[in-house]
Design a protein around this ligand. Sequence first.
Ligand code: GLA
Length: 378
Amino acid sequence: MKTLFKTAFILTAIALIHSCAPKAPANKAGIDPQAFNKVIDGKQVSLVTLTNKNGLEMTVTNYGAKVVSLMVPDKNGEMADIVLGFNNIDDYQKFKPYFGAAIGRYGNRIANGEFTLNGEVYHLAKNDGNNHLHGGIKGFNAVVWDMKKVDDHTVKFTYVSKDGEEGYPGELTVHMTYQLTDDNEFKINYEATTDKPTVLNLTHHSYFNLHGEGTETINDLVLYINADNFTPTDSGLIPTGEIIPVAGTPMDFTTPTEIGQRIDADYEPLILGHGYDHNYVLNQEEPKTMVLAATVYDPASGRYMEVHTDEPAIQFYGGNFLDGTVVGKSGIAYPYRSALCLETQHYPDSPNKPNFPSTVLNPGETYTHTCIYKFDVK
Ligand code: GLA
């Protein structure tokens, strides 16, 4: 009897100590994986953490294949979460600024929500005024992907988009790999195949702020874009079809320049875009070769990011639609222009612009796309 009491006492004590001991945080960003534990569309949603040998850390969820947090050091080794986002799945379902999301089937806009392919007209949702944006009402940012963590650095996503989904033809199978490499790269590899001719333009929509998410502005960051030309738009942000030089205009980032320096210039494309929200045509000698597309530098923290891709273009979006109403993961409302997206892609509205590089994918072909965001300090 005595031994029984003693054992019970010891067990209770152990249980008590265990429940009082502070739990080791699941990740440096302080994102609780339990807050992502939800069944959506009959599929389990969760959060996984990727790390590398230098202490960088990224959390991702399979709801929209979203990057939820990305911890990178500054020049003193101080870590900060440099992407906008939420700390729970409900907020991701409620708000739609595409924070950290995979975008598809078509990144950016398709005019009037329609296009013609092989003589057939296809009608898509008009979810941005009269136009179609980022794959429609339920784009790849709002579906549950199959997710498999391969190792500490790597997570693989798969999504099969049904024939006719959001109006697009063909059953489309998409594979994406997110990797946090020991070279401090966040690397995305895309692959897709279709069973009918279709159009496709996948991209990634992390909102970066190298000062750390929740800080005031990105207009003091220094940006370089390896593009001599861009595609001007109308007021609905649909390309006019022209490809024009950036030289001599406030669009020119071929030498590193502070983002805010010319943002209020009296220049029509900037006025129509409400700031920077443009597709830059990358200087690329051969199609499908990797180029340095852009760099971003924060002189204050020393954080430096490079973007590399084999896609022909990059959308530079300066957070013009952030309006201080959406409260992010650290309890701070995200201010106007407090993050930027650099979306490697084909040009917006290519299905309606025969002079733009084609976004058609046929059965038997494989779409591939690599995008690398590489972090360093200077
Ligand atoms: C893209 C577009 C912007 C805007 C954002 C989402 O980057 O270029 O015009 O639609 O997505 O708010």
